[in-house]
Design a protein around this ligand. Structure first.
Ligand SMILES: Nc1nc2c(ncn2[C@@H]2O[C@H](COP(=O)(O)OP(=O)(O)O)[C@@H](O)[C@H]2O)c(=O)[nH]1
Ligand SMILES: [Mg+2]
Length: 393
C-alpha cells in the first residue's frame, strides 16, 4: 500500500453550476487531466475523486460533483449523489460565475453550513469576465466570505486557493492508539488471519495500526491467536497493550497477562472514525430488541468479502439467535443509507475503514436527529458476546 487511503484523507468537494468550471479548476490545481472538461452541461455525471498532496493539508481527495442546476432526467439522481458527497466533505469550494441568480449556489452553501463544513468561495473563469472585482464584491456581500478569483486557463488565483484551503485545516490528525501506549512501549497485536482474506495482504485497520505504532516509537509484535502464548513467552516483560480482533477477543482476554491493557482493532477504528461513546450507548439497545424490532445494518464497502460475511451473515445470525427469528434486519451497502431512519430501532454500522471520519460522523448525526440508537460492528459483537465490559475504550 503506497498511497494514503481515501479514508485517511481530507475530502475537498467542489460545488457549482454546470459549466462553472469545477472540473477545469480541479485539473488546474492538480496539474493533471483528471476530470473531463467540456462545454456541454452535465458532462460530470458521477462524483470523481482525485487524490493529491496539498501544502499544509497533506494528503487530500478532491471531489468533482455534477452541476447543481442539472435539469436533465438524471438530474435528481445526480443531486442525491452531490448531497452524499456533502456528507463526506471536510472543506467545500463553491464556484460563482457572472450571473444575477446565485440561488443554487446559496442553497448549497446553506446545506454545507448546516453540516458545519468549512467553505471557500471562488469566482471562476476570471480571464473571461470583464469586471472580476465587482463580481467578487457581490459574492463577498452575499456570502460574507471573500472569494478567491481564479482562472483555470491562466493559473490566476491557484496559489491563493491552495493557501485558503490550507487555512481551513481545523482538526489535528487523529491517532488510533492515543492514550493506550507511549513511545518505548511494547504492543502485541494478536491478528487471526481469516482464510477468506486475500492472500499476501493485511486488512486496513491492522496496517494503519502497525504503521502508527512504528511512527510513535513503539515496538510492535504480531502473532496469530494460536501463537499468543509463545509470543508472550518470547517477551522479557508483558506487553503494555494487546490489540486483537473482536472475534477472538474472549480467547485473548483469558490468556492475557494482568498488567497488559486490552482493546480491539474495531474499538480503535470506532474511536478514530466515529463516536465510541455513542456506539457503546447504542449497543445497550441490543438488550431491548424484540421480534417486532427493526434493525438496519449499514456497510461502507460494496465488495468486501470479510465485511459482507460479518454484516450479512454473522451479525444477523447472532442477533436472531438472541432476539428471535422474526427480527427484521435490512442490510444496505456503500453510499446507500436510507433518507428516512425513523422506522428503525437500532442502526449497526460497519467499522467504516473505507469512509473518512466526517462521513461516519454525518451518519451518527443523522441517527441522532432521528432518535435512533447507533452502534458499530465491533461494539455490537462485543455486546452480543458479553465482553463489552472487558474492552478498554
Ligand atoms: N476561459 C476559461 N474557460 C474556462 C475556465 N474554466 C472552465 N472553462 C471552460 O468552461 C467550460 C466548462 O468547464 P468545466 O470545467 O467542464 O465546468 P464544470 O461543468 O463546472 O465541470 C469548458 O469549455 C472549459 O474549457 C477558465 O478559467 N477560463
Ligand atoms: Mg464537470
Amino acid at each position: 500500500m503506497t498511497q494514503t487511503p481515501s479514508s485517511q484523507r481530507l475530502h475537498i468537494g467542489f460545488y457549482g453550476r454546470c459549466n462553472s468550471g469545477k472540473s477545469s479548476l480541479i485539473n488546474a490545481l492538480t496539474g493533471q487531466q483528471v476530470a473531463l472538461v467540456s462545454n456541454v452541461a452535465g458532462t460530470t455525471t458521477d462524483p470523481v475523486n482525485k487524490p493529491m498532496e496539498l501544502p499544509d493539508l497533506g494528503a487530500v481527495t478532491l471531489v468533482d460533483t455534477p452541476g447543481l442546476d442539472d435539469n436533465t432526467a438524471l438530474g435528481a439522481e445526480r443531486m442525491r449523489a452531490t448531497r452524499r458527497v456533502m456528507d463526506r466533505t471536510d472543506i467545500a469550494v463553491v464556484l460563482f460565475t457572472d450571473s444575477d441568480d446565485w440561488s443554487v449556489e446559496l442553497a448549497v452553501m446553506e446545506e454545507l453550513r448546516r453540516r458545519e463544513v468549512a467553505v471557500v468561495t471562488v469566482v471562476a473563469g476570471c480571464d473571461q469576465v470583464e469586471d472580476t472585482e465587482s463580481i467578487a464584491a457581490r459574492v463577498e456581500q452575499t456570502t460574507k466570505i471573500i472569494p478567491v478569483c481564479t482562472s483555470a486557463l491562466t493559473g490566476q488565483g491557484l496559489e491563493e486557493l491552495r493557501r485558503r484551503l490550507a487555512a481551513c485545516r481545523v482538526e489535528e490528525p487523529r491517532l488510533l492508539t492515543e492514550g493506550f501506549c507511549e513511545a518505548g512501549d511494547t504492543v502485541l497485536l494478536v491478528m487471526p488471519q481469516d482464510k477468506q482474506a486475500p492472500k499476501g495482504r493485511l486488512i486496513q485497520p491492522q496496517v494503519q495500526t502497525l504503521r502508527e505504532l512504528l511512527d510513535r516509537g513503539c515496538r510492535a509484535m504480531c502473532c496469530t491467536t494460536e501463537d499468543m502464548a509463545s509470543a508472550l513467552g518470547a517477551l522479557a516483560e508483558p506487553p503494555r497493550l494487546i490489540i486483537t480482533d473482536s472475534q477472538v477477543f474472549d480467547t485473548v482476554w483469558k490468556m492475557k497477562p494482568e498488567e497488559s491493557r486490552l482493546t480491539s482493532f474495531s474499538v480503535l477504528m470506532a474511536r478514530y472514525k466515529g463516536d465510541i461513546g455513542e456506539f457503546v450507548e447504542g449497543a445497550k439497545m441490543i438488550g431491548a430488541l424484540t421480534e417486532k424490532s427493526r434493525v438496519l445494518i449499514a456497510e461502507a464497502c460494496t465488495h468486501a468479502p470479510q465485511n459482507e460475511d460479518i454484516g450479512r451473515v454473522k451479525l444477523p445470525q447472532m442477533l436472531r439467535r438472541k432476539v428471535g427469528e422474526d427480527l427484521t434486519i435490512d442490510v444496505v451497502g456503500g453510499a446507500d443509507f436510507p433518507d428516512d431512519l425513523s422506522s428503525y430501532d437500532l442502526i449497526i454500522h460497519c467499522g467504516a475503514c473505507m469512509f473518512n471520519r466526517r462521513h461516519v460522523m454525518s451518519r451518527v448525526a443523522r441517527a441522532k436527529a432521528a432518535e435512533v440508537p447507533i452502534t458499530n460492528y465491533g461494539v455490537a459483537i462485543a455486546a452480543l458476546t458479553g465482553i463489552l465490559n472487558k474492552i478498554e475504550f
